[in-house]
Design a protein around this ligand. Structure first.
Ligand code: PHE
Length: 626
């Protein structure tokens, strides 16, 4: 099957009917094929038409049209319903199309004008409305000095008011008539030639004006060499005036009896449909017979019917009115008995959506409150900071291998002599020296710094952006027992009574000694075995219970595997760090700890989040659980 191309026979068709042959709703845009069309598919340098395809039940807004092996594909947006074999009314956006037609015809006239000046030259390519500037590309050089001459020549063609005609033709005929081809003929389309006056015809599949002076004055706007061709750009003047003229023409258009009859049928179909849909009688009356209703709107047409046909038109309209009135009377649905109008006032209302804090924000709030209760104050320091605060002041001189553990993102910014490069903070420890500076190196310091951190890794247990919280305490006489006590306090407060902390030796450049901190598993209570919990009385293992059975007979805790969860680092503040912050290390001591908010939070009882990336997936189904 091929779509019948109505625009080839009559480029001035603004409306027509057609039958739907296929609808494809699967591609990203709906695609409709019709048995015939007035929509021009993009090609030959002329842009595609836009417009609407309307049926009784739906309207399709055409945003693009393309040619595919004999079929014209109308692409766009469908509102309502359309089915194969439905009859449709097509309307193109005429103003745009008419402008495109003018540009296209002007392109052919420009080709002729240049040929008239230099008979060896000819156009090989063109663009008439797709690109920003319309142009014809010529095979041989066109000198800029000729602009004025070309302009005169083309406008003289316009003024001659030559007839423009198109005819379908075979390739044989083209050869027989010795029609000079300027470019290769398209293989997949029927051939057609366009003649302007008695000039040599040219193969063309576009839509064109009927006579040359329908085109307004043409200006040549420049000549440019591109890809070995010479592009002569042009524009047409008075576009708005032409369009205005055209508009007034169409409203003065005489309407024939058959056109009126088809409009009447449209209204009859519309009302049939509304009756099937069970619209309420009162509504139908206003819609069809009201002051601004469909009937009155259509009746205005009478002024456009030629005087010879007025009588007949009047009759047709009268019949339509009787028809509408009777159909509406027959309709049984009134506002009294309409199901559509029924409202259940006792039905429960629609619950408004409520949100809540993201679970990471909730965790941060909770952590803040826990530390507030023992005299810590929350502070926040930059997330994009100097190397000095992130590494160097923390006893990690430039090029120190310890820095490698922090997979750092560097900011492409100028270096500072003292502060070094700018980095995305890899940990909240950058707040340590900053806090000491903020308090002018005056004790006591009890800081809790919670902030975003960034590292170059991403997997089930790491996200490139995450949060840490950092504790720092500095005063006279602070020792490791204060640290252990603080950790135990946090463990109980955050994970619940009975949770213990454990410290193991480790190494950080900025603490000495350095420790790693673990919390006991809330499932197996630090034993590593699942049966332990169930076999305890008041926290003590029952005698003879499984708790004393050989290990190979006991069930391992899958959640922690060892009884403990590692959460982060801690230690006594290194003397060099105290010095960097302006404290005298022989008078003051301090401890610090820091670890990830996400990791700490996901270890909470009953959470069981095995992929930390879920937290930032933005998936409401997941987030709404918290
Ligand atoms: N900043 C360290 C890290 O990101 C943790 C830490 C903080 C260790 C404070 C000791 C003291 O791994």
């Amino acid at each position: 099957m091929k779509t019948k191309l109505l625009y080839l026979d009559d480029a001035y068709l603004k409306e027509s009917s057609a039958k739907i042959v296929s609808i494809n709703t699967k591609s990203p845009q709906v695609e409709i094929v019709l048995d015939q069309t007035i929509f021009y598919p993009q090609g030959g340098g002329q842009p595609a038409d836009t417009g609407t395809i309307q049926t009784d039940k739906g309207i399709f807004t055409v945003s693009h049209v393309s040619y595919n092996d004999g079929l014209i594909l109308h692409k766009g947006k469908l509102e309502g319903l359309m089915n194969i074999d439905d009859k449709a009314l097509l309307k193109i956006n005429w103003e745009t199309r008419y402008h495109n037609m003018m540009l296209h015809t002007a392109g052919h006239m420009l080709d002729q004008a240049v040929k008239n000046i230099d008979n060896k030259n000819f156009g090989v390519d063109g663009n008439h409305g797709i690109a920003k500037r319309a142009f014809v590309a010529f095979k041989f050089p066109v000198d800029e000095s000729l602009i004025g001459k070309i302009e005169d020549e083309i406008n003289s063609i316009v003024h001659k008011n030559l007839k423009i005609t198109a005819e379908n033709i075979s390739e044989k005929e083209i050869n027989k008539r010795k029609i000079k081809l300027q470019f290769e003929l398209p293989k997949n389309k029927d051939l057609r030639i366009l003649s302007i006056g008695s000039y040599n015809p040219m193969p063309d599949g576009g839509t064109h004006l009927k006579t040359t002076n329908e085109c307004s004055k043409v200006s040549i706007t420049g000549i440019q060499e591109k890809k070995g061709q010479w592009r002569v750009s042009y524009s047409i003047e008075d576009r708005e005036n032409k369009i205005k003229k055209d508009k007034s023409d169409s409203s003065n258009k005489i309407i024939s009896i058959s056109e009126l009859k088809s409009k009447v049928t449209n209204v009859q179909n519309l009302i049939k449909n509304d009756l099937i849909e069970n619209l309420v009688k009162e509504e139908l009356k206003t819609k069809y017979l009201g002051k601004k209703g469909i009937f009155n709107d259509l009746a205005k047409i009478i002024s456009q019917v030629g005087s010879a046909n007025k009588r007949q038109a009047g009759q047709i309209l009268n019949e339509l009115k009787t028809d509408i009135t009777e159909s509406i009377e027959k309709s049984v649905v009134t506002s009294g008995n309409s199901q559509k109008k029924w409202v259940d006032l006792t039905a429960p209302g629609i619950k408004p959506k409520t949100g809540h804090m993201h679970l990471v924000s909730q965790a941060m709030e909770e952590i803040t409150q826990i530390f507030e209760r023992i005299g810590f104050s929350r502070s926040r320091y930059p997330e994009v900071d100097w190397d000095w605060y992130v590494f160097e002041s923390l006893n990690m001189p430039k090029n120190h291998p310890a820095r490698d553990e922090w997979e750092t993102f560097f900011v492409d910014a100028p270096m500072n002599k003292k502060m070094g490069k700018i980095v995305l903070t890899t940990h909240t420890s950058n707040g340590q020296v900053r806090e000491m500076e903020r308090l002018n190196s005056k004790p006591p310091i009890r800081m809790i710094n919670i902030a975003r951190c960034y590292r170059r890794q991403q997997d089930a247990t790491h996200t490139q952006m995450f949060h840490q919280f950092e504790g720092l305490v500095i005063d006279k006489g602070i020792n490791i027992q204060h640290l252990k006590g603080t950790l135990d306090y946090f463990a109980e407060q955050f994970y619940g009574p009975g949770t213990k902390s454990r410290i193991r030796p480790f190494h950080f450049q900025f603490t000495e000694p350095s420790l790693e901190v673990d919390f006991s598993c809330h499932i197996c209570h630090g034993t590593g075995f699942l049966d332990e919990k169930t076999n305890k009385v008041n926290g003590e293992a029952r005698e003879g219970a499984l708790g004393h059975a050989p290990e190979n007979q006991r069930q391992k805790c899958k959640f922690c595997k060892s009884g403990w969860h590692e959460v982060g680092g801690a230690g006594m503040v290194h003397p060099n760090v105290l010095t960097a912050g302006g404290f005298n290390p022989s008078l003051y001591t301090g401890f610090a700890f820091g670890w990830g908010v996400e990791r700490t939070y996901t270890l909470k009882e009953g959470l069981n989040i095995d992929d930390i990336r879920l937290l930032y997936s933005g998936d409401l189904k997941f987030l709404e659980q918290f």
